[in-house]
Design a binder for this molecule. Sequence first.
Ligand code: HEC
Length: 168
Amino acid sequence: MRPTPFIAAVCLAGALCATAVAQPPPAPAPIKAGTKMLTPKLLMKHVVNPAAELFWKHSGQVVDEEGVKDRAPGADDAMWLDMVNSAAILEESGNLLMMEGRARDEPWMRFSRNLVDAGALAMKAAEAKNADAAFEAGSAIYDTCFGCHGRYIPRPANSLYKAPLPGD
Ligand code: HEC
């Protein structure tokens, strides 16, 4: 409970403070990562990648000999729900990447926050069943994956690829 302005004023006056304002219980300590947690590689393989694949599968268009086909779910509610669920997994995965035991330097944290943001956008788009917004969010997700991999997955010393910084 937040103190009312009146109680706050009494508070400023001094000793009454402790009795006038009910002290909120102390915030619980942040949860420490358990000793058992997926390696980044397994988190990618079994959590992040399947969720991203599922989300991307239902967005954008494919062109084949019969013409352009929309992959968006249209009236298929179960498919939209798959997208909402996979977007939620991606959003939370960004947090998992920032957890103690996985956290790295500042750009890593920025890429991870970008995944949280892109996942949240994707979730909103899928909840609204908005195919264009879902496509946009899918691209934002892709940029985050690609950017982080460019910077953190080791490549041959003579690679011509220059890893972009988040936001570039
Ligand atoms: C914050 C950084 C970061 C972000 C964001 C990120 N990845 Fe990764 N990813 C990594 C790192 C680091 C590895 C290499 C892990 C290793 O081999 O130890 C990796 C590896 C992978 C792999 C290979 C796993 C394997 O079996 O070797 C896949 C697939 C993958 N990521 C998919 C994705 C997708 C899809 C996204 C976006 C939705 C994504 N990643 C976002 C850091 C990231």
